[in-house]
Design a protein around this ligand. Structure first.
Ligand code: HEM
Length: 413
């Protein structure tokens, strides 16, 4: 299939705002691996879109390396400078050893107090949004919760959460016109410096948090370098903040676009667990992952050569009719739902449990406090080739009738 036939440039963020994107994925899935031509953003690369091929890329870390970068934006300009030092962009055996050490901090048991705080925060943020009546859901709720959660995970004191929220916003928003490249770089440096200082404090006085684990646990008999510690702290913000934010904002937009599904969820006819999985499948906030082939390999009817850049599209695989029954139907009761929104295999999202807990907490709070939503302006999409979703979602929220009755009951006591 030629680029002219497809007329699609996957290195351009505007492509992902196309209304016919699902059709593009469908056509790509039907053909062999697609050789995307070079663009102004860099060299040619392979595009894999069927569920089976995407899964094969995730599973085979011996051939498909993450160490030169794991997304187009870092692979096309050249090697990722964090390669081999940051978990997501490292390969076995180092990846396996560091991940095994980090996994202890991500077990459901260890995360229990953090998840309890997630629920508390989600309740109070959603309640405040419902009380306000009209809010930008992305700013009022989604922007607040994930960063605070990651701060808790890393042991950042509550008094510094606001600082980290401001810095991470500044560091991530390089696509915004009013944001200079210089202030973005400054914010990134400030975050790295913040974690260098926090790691020093934790080395002297370890606590029960991820920064302490990274700074004090030997891997293969040696402590991680200062650079590895700091990059992995920042890496958690990069991996877990925007993805979760986009997922919870997407949930509200989905409820507005599919009111029958929202009513089924709100009225308890659909379980929040299956609802969260469908929201993740439907939106696939992390649209693709990138890899570099370390050897020649035959996949999806093509021979990929050592050194080639390969992209595997979760956004397309999660709509594959070979795996999902009626993939173009948004069905909150869908089961089974083996979506690839969190990736798969050795690099499977370390924060999946936490990400799910955050989205579940928000929709549970919405079910308790909100009756209905209405759009109050155009949702503003994110401009990216990697992440998908909305950075602004103006909505009016009608309070749940039950909640009104409860307030009334309290007033009468
Ligand atoms: C990896 C998606 C939330 C931390 C990944 C990968 C995906 C993903 C697709 C695989 C990357 C690859 O194979 O190259 C998501 C989505 C989220 C989410 C959709 C929210 C809905 C989080 C959270 C955290 C987190 C909350 C941490 C607090 C990580 C880390 C990795 C990762 C550390 C790298 C794992 C490794 O390389 O071994 N995520 N993520 N993610 N995620 Fe998430």
């Amino acid at each position: 299939m030629s680029a002219a036939v497809l007329d699609v440039d996957l290195t351009e963020p505007a492509t992902f705002l196309r209304p016919d994107l699902r059709e593009v994925w469908r056509r790509l899935r039907q053909g062999p691996a697609y050789r995307h031509p070079a663009t102004v953003h860099g060299r040619a690369f392979w595009v894999l879109t069927s569920y089976a091929d995407v899964l094969a890329v995730y599973q085979n870390t011996a051939v498909f390396s993450s160490a030169r970068g794991n997304m187009l934006a870092s692979l096309l300009p050249g090697d990722d400078p964090a390669g081999g030092k940051l978990l997501a962009v490292s390969d076995p055996p180092r990846h396996t050893a560091v991940r095994t050490m980090m996994l202890r901090s991500f077990s459901p048991r260890v995360l229990q107090p953090i998840v309890a705080k997630v629920r508390e925060r989600a309740d109070s943020l959603v309640r405040a949004a419902v009380d306000a009546g009209e809010v930008d859901f992305a700013a009022a709720v989604a922007e607040q919760l994930p960063i605070s959660t990651i701060c808790d995970l890393l042991g950042v004191p509550e008094s510094d959460h606001g600082l980290l929220l401001r810095l991470s916003k500044q560091a991530l928003s390089s696509d915004e016109a009013d944001q200079s490249a210089r202030s973005t770089a400054l914010a990134r440096n400030e975050i790295l410096l913040y974690f260098a200082e926090l790691a020093d404090r934790r080395r002297a006085d370890p606590r029960d948090d991820v920064t302490s684990a990274l700074a004090t646990t030997p891997v293969d008999g040696q402590l991680l370098s200062d650079e590895e510690v700091v990059l992995n702290c920042y890496g958690l913000i990069l991996a877990g903040d925007e993805t979760s934010r986009l997922a919870m904002t997407a949930a509200v937009l989905d409820f507005i676009r599919h009111p029958g599904q929202w009513r089924a969820l709100r009225d308890g006819r659909v379980s929040p667990t299956s609802a969260v999985e469908e929201i993740l499948r439907w939106n696939s906030p992390a649209m693709h992952v990138g890899r570099t082939a370390l050897a020649d390999v035959d996949i999806a009817g093509q021979t990929i050569r050592a050194g080639d850049v390969v992209t595997a599209w979760n956004a397309a695989a999660n709509l594959d009719e070979a795996v999902f029954d009626r993939p173009d139907v948004f069905d909150l009761a869908r089961t089974p739902n083996r979506h690839l929104a969190f990736g798969y295999g050795p690099h499977f999202c370390l924060g999946a449990y936490l990400g799910r807990a955050e989205v579940t907490a928000v929709i549970a709070a919405l079910c308790r406090t909100a009756h209905d939503f209405e759009l109050r302006g155009e949702p503003q999409p994110l401009y990216s080739t990697f992440l998908r979703g909305h950075i602004s979602l103006p909505v009016a929220v009608t309070p749940a009738r039950r909640a009104v009755t409860q307030i009334g009951a309290r007033e009468w006591k």
